[in-house]
Ligand binder design. Structure first.
Ligand SMILES: Nc1ncnc2c1ncn2[C@@H]1O[C@H](COP(=O)(O)OP(=O)(O)OP(=O)(O)O)[C@@H](O)[C@H]1O
Ligand SMILES: C[C@@](O)(CCO)CC(=O)[O-]
Ligand SMILES: [Mg+2]
Length: 338
């Protein structure tokens, strides 16, 4: 039995635009997905995922091409539910050159699904790491991040950046621009998360932005402007003291850029009433800045506030189901039980 865990993330800046080659800066947070893998004697894959919205279930299938799990729910639901685990299995089999390897897999996660905190990336990263280790073929972190990216790319129909998977693998804050991925130094940013209890479909939201960008020049300009915001944010971070508490001035400047970034994401059609409401509640409570995080459509916002006001205000905001502080996860993927 091999157990690995990997963290979720928030985007300080740059989601969506990163899909079109602009830079982005996500940061890993201390909420983890844990994947347990036991190799089997046959070529079957048995997945137990208690956190899935189908009220948790177990499926067993061989995982061969075109072979679908035998469960009594519509195929799109099953695909949505196990698509990422399935893709992780394919990557692990390919990496270990064991196309017929079978596994019993259990997924447990503290990361809400489809809410912009990178649950899919964390499951894929921890899943590939655990499965390749279970087969005696551990990957170095760069290769693991690359395999995890390919899994997300496949499930999201070719619409994925390397940002979520690289961040979840490495931990800390990272910078991703196209294929260029690097960890960066960051101060201890005081992230507060508001969660509306809902979810958005990353693949669909990314496809929506792509269409808008093809149809309207303003949307292509907006994507480039998000890139400008990211570059400005990176400069601020480069001047900050790593792993120290940030100055108020830095929080004010980063927060302003986060506010701009949220406005541009809203222009691209990926915000939602609940996300806008939480963003304004955070700003009204004195947060230095607030924006949606991840694909949007519903799910989470991230705000900067070293004090308790923002999370208190969010917990009283209609439509906010949960508000919590998120610590930067300095450690990325890790082995929990070898
Ligand atoms: N605990 C889990 N067990 C099994 N599958 C999971 C789990 N958590 C996430 N997943 C998979 O990830 C999918 C959600 O991924 P999606 O990319 O839509 O959202 P996200 O990664 O949470 O948010 P974002 O990509 O915006 O940061 C789920 O439908 C499921 O396939
Ligand atoms: C929306 C997006 O930029 C982030 C989702 O967390 C998609 C991606 O980068 O793959
Ligand atoms: Mg995702």
């Amino acid at each position: 039995m091999t157990v690995c865990s990997a963290p979720g993330k928030v985007y300080l800046f740059g989601e969506h635009a990163v899909v079109y080659g602009e830079p982005a800066v996500p940061a890993a947070i201390e909420r983890r997905a844990r994947v347990t893998v036991d190799p089997r004697d046959d070529d079957h894959v048995r997945v137990t995922a208690e956190d899935l919205s189908l009220d948790g279930f177990t499926v067993e299938y061989t995982g061969g091409t075109g072979d679908r799990p035998d469960v009594d729910v519509p195929t799109p639901l099953v695909d949505a539910a196990i698509g990422y685990v399935d893709a992780a299995v394919r990557q692990a089999r390919a990496a270990a050159e064991e196309p017929d390897a079978g596994f019993d897999i259990t997924v447990e996660s503290e990361i809400p699904l489809g809410a912009g905190l990178g649950s899919s990336a964390a499951v894929v990263v921890a899943g590939i790491d655990a499965a390749t280790r279970a087969l005696g073929e551990p990957l170095d972190r760069r290769e693991l991040a690359d395999r995890a990216y390919r899994a997300e790319f496949e499930v999201q129909d070719g619409e994925a950046s390397r940002a979520d998977t690289f961040c979840s693998t490495m931990g800390g804050a990272v910078r991703v621009e196209g294929d260029d991925c690097e960890p960066i130094d960051a101060p201890n940013l005081p992230f507060v998360i508001g969660f509306d209890g809902g979810a958005g479909d990353t693949g669909e939201l990314v496809a929506g932005v792509r269409e808008l960008r093809e149809e309207y020049r303003f949307a292509a300009d907006t994507v480039r402007s998000i890139g400008d915001i990211v570059r400005a944010g990176e400069e601020l971070l480069a001047d900050a003291v790593p792993e120290a508490d940030p100055s108020r001035e830095l929080l004010v400047e980063l927060g302003e850029l986060m506010d701009f970034n949220h406005g541009l994401l809203a222009a691209l059609g990926v915000s939602a009433r609940s996300l806008d409401t939480m963003v304004w509640a955070a700003r009204d409570a004195g947060a230095h800045g607030a924006k949606l995080t991840g694909a949007g459509g519903g799910g989470c916002i991230v705000a900067l506030d070293p004090h308790e006001e923002t999370s208190t205000a969010l917990s009283f905001t209609q439509g906010c189901e949960e508000a919590f502080r998120a610590e930067l996860a300095t450690e990325g993927v890790r082995v929990e039980e070898p």
